[in-house]
Design a protein around this ligand. Structure first.
Ligand code: OX2
Length: 828
């Protein structure tokens, strides 16, 4: 149907075009209008929450204008688009970001002040969009910011979870999970009730004729669920480009609400059908780096992937091009294996629906791997896929057959190799190995930091390097957006930097930070730098006081570890180090104690609800805090803080307040890490292992500016073997003292921590906590030493920031665009 307005009537449109506010007065008018009409309130009834809603709507109106124009421009240019498929987008708050990216924060600040509000209070009203677990989801959000800023025609596709990551409460030292219902009022999304896709599940496959009379496989589904699009405009910084993040929500297909049942009085079961459909997009799985193989999770994956592909194909077909141009128009990036079924679904569309030949091999998919941890690699039981997606299982078998045939012809007679690389694992029950399917179905596979990209080639994908060659495997080291993680989170530092490096241009070309090197010895500059860090610490100290009622001294060294709680990330190593510090202080005389460097050890992070050991770690941290924090011998020398419900908006407050942050995973386990980059960018130093992106950070900033410790990844295997072969593992003497203190009941019921201690002492110390303990505490002593010399410390921080240009997510996107997507930005 032709839906556009005919030429003669267009004038009426253009002369009435809405252009959004351009100055303070306009902004105020828009806010008042939204308060009075959209929200149906008045100046007698306008609280901070209403002011937030109205301000957001005023900005949303502007965004959607830019969004519309961007979409028109992209349609008109008809160039290749990149589609970023991610089950997680950890966006955080949108208002502050929109204000800054559009360059209207000052206008909004003044306008809100005239209307009787402080901008910080209004920004603080917003509920985080928390549709992700941790680094993987936040990376996707940083990438959206960079793709828009760099003017790429890019779409994000994800799921619109009704419940994002749970809210964490700490009760009596234990984590308690509370549902995160965040959609009550969300001004940042546009429901597109006209953009829907019906998705099938279950059913049967038979042979039949397609529309062109060709014999094909026909899948007749047993259940249909409708996907409804919700669009979230994502603005670039200092550009009119505003891209789209399309999130799918599930609802019962119109035919599915059974009026028959309803009318015959079986109201309950007709509603139950509806609820079953809505369950698909109801909740984000709260596991980070862990695969649990639940049926509902595959249902989510297929639902999202099928809806997205339908949309992508629909858009392509509208351009009227022939299928052989598809790879020139479409690039799809798979964020981990979660969207791997897209490979299979596209094959189904092309062969079964479009009637094309199987062999049209297209280089459309790129696959990003984020982990080598075996427990995180997705595998689905063959029976489950067969039941849920019968045609897809056939296609997976076909893909595997053709692949194994080519391996066999390349390496005749190597049946061990065939077993090793088969997409189907011959176990009981048989499993589909999603990572292998992703490798076979993609033209490029990338890791997320150099060490990690090397490791995938020598461990999980070793055989595939032999088969496909080195070129298929590449590295794109992660990055972060300096807009959110410096400009927004740390406005004063961002302003100070801008005053030295030639204005805000550096936010679009982060390598310009290197101009700061010239000012390292500038006394006045160093002073301002230190003042800003101090002010950020004061702000965090106030927050700690208001939430936990604990006084911390902002002059103490703030030592921060905030990330998901995981044994491989080793928060246990940190807390054992804290206990060691406490015991050492206790053993000192008052005079000696006075000479020690005061510290605040700050922890934050969620444990997956089913991850018992991680929950024990949280419990121990809290118990240690409750003993240490009220010990009069210790006072300000040591405080232990656990910040509840770590999320993106809290990260924006915590990261700028850190002196030292901990990135202390067992070597070879953290694929990259991205908060390490954020901390350094905000003028904090790192204590870390030679793991993930720490290695490249060291290379960039210089090893004299980072505190590295611990075993190297190449030694990990041998150490683990050595532990396993011993009867009882000999543990580090300092760590033994820590264990004795815990077992003596110093931090509550020792039973609670038996499993943690046992993991080290009796179960092979898989994460090498004991091996690294001595070097960890020695390195912390070096930190204390270095922190005493504040002048030198601040110089180290400035030098580090000056050398962080490499870690912008803009650099990542340019690397993906050139090396994987083969796509150019669109001129604006
Ligand atoms: C995370 C990785 O653990 C982290 O190291 C990395 O920085 C981040 O992804 C972004 O690449 N789930 N989360 C991750 O991997 C998986 C799987």
């Amino acid at each position: 149907v032709e839906a556009s307005i005919p030429e003669p009537q267009r004038e009426a449109w253009t002369k009435n075009e809405f252009s959004g506010f351009k100055n303070k007065d306009d902004f105020e008018r828009e806010v008042v209008r939204h308060v009075e009409t959209t929200l149906a309130r008045s100046l007698y009834n306008c609280d901070q929450s209403a002011a937030y809603s109205a301000s957001s709507l005023a900005f949303r109106d502007r965004l959607i204008k830019d969004w519309n124009k961007t979409q028109q421009r992209q349609t008109f240019a008809d160039q290749k688009r990149i589609y970023y498929l991610s089950l997680e987008f950890l966006m955080g708050r949108a208002l502050d970001n929109a204000m800054l990216n559009l360059g209207f924060k000052d206008v909004a600040k003044e306008g809100l002040a005239e209307l009787g509000f402080q901008i910080e209070d209004i920004i603080g009203q917003e509920h985080d969009a928390a549709l992700g677990n941790g680094g993987l989801g936040r990376l996707a959000a940083c990438f959206l910011d960079s793709m828009a800023t760099l003017n790429f025609s890019a779409w994000g596709y994800g799921l619109r979870y009704r419940y994002g990551i749970f809210k964490q409460e700490i009760i009596d030292g234990y984590q308690v999970e509370v549902p995160d219902y965040w959609l009550d009022f969300n001004p940042w999304e546009f429901p597109r009730h006209d953009v829907t896709v019906d998705i099938q599940f279950y059913g049967n496959v038979r042979k039949g004729e397609n529309e062109n009379g060709k014999t094909v496989s026909i899948w007749e589904g047993g259940e249909t669920v409708t996907a409804v699009a919700y669009d979230v405009p994502t603005p670039g910084y200092d550009t009119p480009s505003t891209n789209n993040l399309r999130l799918w929500s599930s609802k019962a297909a119109s035919g599915e609400f059974d009026f028959q049942k309803f009318n015959s009085g079986d109201y309950e079961s007709s509603v139950a059908d509806q609820q079953r459909a809505e369950t698909i997009s109801a909740v984000l799985y709260p596991n980070d780096n862990l695969d649990r193989g639940k049926e509902l999770r595959v249902k989510q994956q297929y639902f999202w992937v099928a809806a997205s592909l339908y949309d992508i194909v629909r858009r392509f077909k509208k351009s009227g091009r022939s299928w052989n141009e598809f790879p020139d128009q479409v690039a799809i990036q798979l964020n981990d294996t979660h969207p791997t079924l897209a490979i299979v679904e596209l094959q189904r569309i092309l062969v079964d629906v479009e009637g094309l030949e199987w062999d049209e091999a297209w280089s459309i998919f790129g696959y990003t791997n984020h982990t080598v941890l075996p427990e995180a690699l997705e595998k689905w039981p063959v029976g489950l896929i067969e039941h849920l997606l019968p045609r897809h299982l056939q296609i997976i078998y076909d893909i595997n057959l053709f692949f194994l045939q080519s391996v066999e012809s390349q390496f005749p007679g190597d049946s061990d190799l065939l077993t090793r690389v088969s997409i189907i694992e011959e176990s009981q029950p048989k499993m589909v190995r999603m990572a292998y399917l992703a490798v076979v179905g993609s033209h490029k596979v990338n890791g997320v930091a150099e060490l990690h990209s090397d490791l995938i080639k020598t461990t999980i994908f070793k055989d595939f390097v032999t088969i496909f060659g080195e070129d298929k495997f590449t590295n794109v080291t992660n990055g972060v957006t300096p807009r959110r993680w410096l400009h927004q989170a740390n406005p004063r530092l961002s302003e100070l930097i801008a005053s030295k490096v030639g204005g805000n241009e550096y936010l679009k070309d982060l390598t310009l930070l290197n101009k700061l090197e010239l000012f390292v010895d500038d006394k006045e500059f160093r002073k301002e730098w230190a003042e800003i860090k101090y002010a950020n610490k004061v702000r965090l100290a106030k927050y700690i006081k208001s939430t936990l009622n604990i006084n911390v001294n902002p002059a103490a060294l703030f030592d921060v570890q905030v990330k998901r709680i995981h044994e491989y990330k080793r928060q246990q190593l940190n807390i054992y180090g804290v206990i060691h510090r406490y015991l050492t202080l206790k053993a000192m005389g008052p005079e000696e104690r006075k000479k020690q460097q005061p510290r605040v050890s700050i922890f934050g992070g969620k444990a997956a609800p089913g991850y018992w050991m991680a929950k024990q770690i949280i419990h121990l941290i809290n118990n240690v805090g409750s003993v240490v924090n009220k010990d009069p011998d210790i006072g300000d020398l040591l405080k232990v803080i656990f910040l509840e419900d770590y999320n993106v908006s809290k990260a924006e407050m915590i990261i700028p307040a850190s002196d030292l942050s901990e990135h202390i995973s067992t070597a070879g386990t953290e694929a990259s890490g991205t908060s390490n980059m954020k901390f350094v960018l905000n003028g904090g130093l790192i204590i870390g292992t030679c793991d993930g992106a720490n290695i490249e950070i060291t290379r960039e900033i210089g090893q004299e500016n980072i505190f590295l410790f611990g075993v190297l990844s190449e030694d990990v295997e041998d150490l683990r073997h050595a532990h396993a072969s011993k009867e009882q593992h000999v543990i580090d003497p300092a760590l033994t003292k820590v264990f004795e203190a815990i077992q003596g009941g110093m931090f509550g019921n020792p039973q609670d921590f038996n499993a943690m201690i046992s993991a080290v002492r009796d179960h092979g110390d898989f994460y090498l906590v004991s091996d690294d303990f001595q070097s960890y505490i020695d390195t912390h002593s070096s930190v204390d030493e270095a922190y005493r010399n504040q002048e030198e410390w601040v110089s180290m921080c400035i030098r580090s920031v000056a050398r962080m240009g490499f870690f912008s997510s803009d650099r990542c996107i340019n690397e993906y665009a050139e090396g994987i997507w083969n796509i150019e930005p669109l001129a604006v």
